[in-house]
Design a protein around this ligand. Structure first.
Ligand SMILES: [Zn+2]
Length: 338
């Protein structure tokens, strides 16, 4: 089945084999028990963030970045992914590898072009700002990044979003960054309603009037009126089932079988399915689709509809959307024929 992904973080796609390769070639030392039986070893949300940072700290050069995106797109194409939006952080590109925004986008574009040439997979980049950077002024950095995008025509950078540890009301500080990114024609999304409750989603809607999608957002179920507002405004939730279960952000959800995606779809909320940081959750986008059909009980028709929502709400030119919808239509006629 053709698949579409719109919520996955660049550093979060690095496989354990790849981080060992980077550590060797860049002279970094990984903690002794960091990888067990070929998988990242961590427990709980804080250890997950720490593991993510260790992986990110082994990425040191432009060619590392190009290899990461190429490798992920090739693996995705193997799972029949036809379109993927990948979140990258200009701040981390600068800190990890000393790359300017322009250099980072250039090497990522190189990886995208190589993967497209080999497999036909389409990819766009979602520029991701970070909510909290310790002693560093995260708001000023976010605005500088937005201004850069306003000034420079970056063909593959079609979206602008925010990630990092959520707080209920910190989103208001980033209003100006989102306003500029919107003016630059970028599609807007924000992580909210993951480890913070529904208030973080409500505040995101207030702070970012042109918000099109929400990263996670699953905790809107705590507020019935908010669910209605999300449906009315046709805002799409980028849902990441395995991520939510493994990081333990949802109370009483210890298996994807009781993940709230089923309930959200039944209520009429537009949702997509995503892998977030797949090797950290022992998953992949193909595996998330399998869980939809297996443990979560979605029919093929419902999964096609979720994929179609992902195409409609993708931050990509209409001509590409039409092409992707054609591939989905080919699949539908094939299963109707057989
Ligand atoms: Zn995420």
């Amino acid at each position: 089945m053709p698949k579409v992904e719109q919520h996955v973080h660049l550093e979060g796609t690095v496989s354990p084999e790849m981080v060992v390769m980077f550590a060797d070639r860049n002279g970094c030392k990984l903690p002794d028990d960091f990888i067990k039986n070929g998988e990242y070893s961590w427990n709980g949300f804080d250890e997950f963030i720490n593991a993510y940072d260790i992986v990110a700290s082994c990425i040191k050069t432009a060619s590392d970045y190009s290899d990461i995106i190429y490798d992920y797109l090739i693996r995705s194409a193997d799972e029949n992914v036809i379109f993927c939006e990948i979140g990258y952080s200009p701040y981390h590109g600068m800190v990890n590898a000393g790359l300017s925004h322009e250099e980072l986008v250039d090497c990522l574009s190189d990886g995208i072009n190589r993967a497209k040439e080999k497999t036909g997979i389409e990819c766009r980049l979602l520029c991701t700002i970070v909510r909290f950077l310790g002693n560093v002024d995260a708001v000023k950095i976010a605005e500088d990044i937005a201004i850069y995008l306003h000034k420079h025509e970056e063909k593959y950078v079609t979206g602008f979003g925010i990630a990092g540890l959520e707080r209920e009301d910190d989103i208001f500080a980033f209003e100006e960054a989102f306003r500029i990114a919107n003016e630059a024609g970028k599609g807007l999304t924000a992580h909210a309603g993951e480890n913070c409750g529904s208030v973080s989603v409500r505040n995101s809607l207030k702070a970012i009037p042109c918000l099109k999608r929400i990263g996670h957002g699953v905790r809107i179920l705590e507020d019935k009126k908010l669910v209605e507002e999300i449906i009315d405004k046709e805002i799409v939730l980028e849902v990441c089932p395995s991520s939510n279960v493994k990081t333990g952000v949802l109370k009483d959800v210890d298996d994807v079988a009781n993940h709230p995606l089923r309930k959200l779809v039944d209520l009429g909320v537009r949702c997509t399915v995503n892998s977030d940081d797949p090797p950290f959750f022992h998953s992949s986008i193909g595996n998330e689709y399998q869980l939809l059909h297996g443990k979560m009980g979605f029919s093929i028709e419902e999964i096609i509809s979720i994929t179609n929502t992902a195409i409609e709400s993708a931050f990509v030119e209409d001509s590409v959307k039409t092409k992707l919808q054609g591939k989905l239509a080919d699949f539908i006629s094939m299963i109707n024929y057989t």
